[in-house]
Design a protein around this ligand. Structure first.
Ligand code: ATP
Length: 232
């Protein structure tokens, strides 16, 4: 009897960190666009336990945010919740560079890891912990967001990181190679066509003022918020 042969091909995986407080249409839109455009097998939605740059950041507990993300992503088999950024036992912030390094250790040699962020996060990236190292630790996918302009890629890069070759522009995607002082390199993939207005701040404000979420929140998440009396 002929033996069936299974080959497990390399995986293309994106780490997608955020507060997800609550998850909304904007998060789903950029994850879908990134997965489609970059042919991703997995997008790991990783709610952060303790955000280094947003003080007093999350209003809902980590457990509630995990539950809401699970409900939000239900419709896409490529999406998964990750607890890699769960609150640390030592109460220190969850740094993205640590999560990326741990994820890389868990992958097979041929797997490819990306970090997915919106334009607002990318513009703040020079302030992130070990930013120059982070940017070349894996490839980045940067999705546009209304009111955050990312035309000048070089101006957005942290000190010590530079564009190191010709950028490639095609409809819906710009590809920019970068490297740091130690010669480590990576690629930035810009998705310029996203125009999703949703923001968690606005969802929380709508809930606080008139007790109902706006239509930026997927119905199962809105139901969870209502049942658990969140953001009142
Ligand atoms: P808040 O309003 O509380 O600051 P948020 O809506 O920005 O929250 P986060 O969970 O902080 O949501 O965002 C996680 C990631 O998703 C970030 O990289 C952010 O840039 C990106 N993101 C969130 N909403 C959008 C959007 N509407 N368009 C593009 N990117 C987005």
């Amino acid at each position: 009897m002929a033996q069936e042969q299974f080959t497990i091909s390399a995986m293309r995986i994106a780490f997608f960190g955020g507060t997800f407080d609550p998850p909304h249409r904007g998060h789903l839109a950029i994850a879908q666009a990134a997965a489609d455009r970059l042919r991703l097998d997995r997008v790991l939605f990783a709610p952060v336990g303790n955000q280094p740059l947003k003080h007093d950041s999350s209003v809902a507990s980590f457990e509630d945010r995990i539950a809401m993300v699970q409900l939000a992503i239900g419709g896409d088999a490529r999406f998964q919740v990750s607890i890699i950024d769960a609150p640390r036992h030592d109460d220190l912030p969850n740094y993205t560079i640590d999560s990326i390094c741990r994820l890389k250790e868990s992958l097979k040699p041929d797997d490819q890891l990306f970090c997915l962020v919106g334009a607002d996060s990318f513009l703040g990236l020079p302030h992130w912990h070990r930013a120059a190292e982070l940017l070349t630790a894996c490839d980045f996918i940067v999705a546009s967001r209304p009111r955050f302009d990312f035309q000048d890629a070089q101006a957005m890069l942290p000190q010590g990181v530079r564009i190191c070759g010709d950028a490639l522009y095609e409809p819906g995607l710009s590809v920019v190679p970068i490297s740091n002082h130690s010669g480590q390199s990576s690629t930035l993939y810009f998705l310029p066509d996203l125009r999703e207005e949703a923001s968690a701040t606005e969802v929380r404000a709508a809930l606080a003022s008139h007790g109902a979420s706006n239509d930026a929140v997927p119905p199962p998440v809105a139901e969870y918020i209502r049942a658990h009396h969140l953001y009142q």
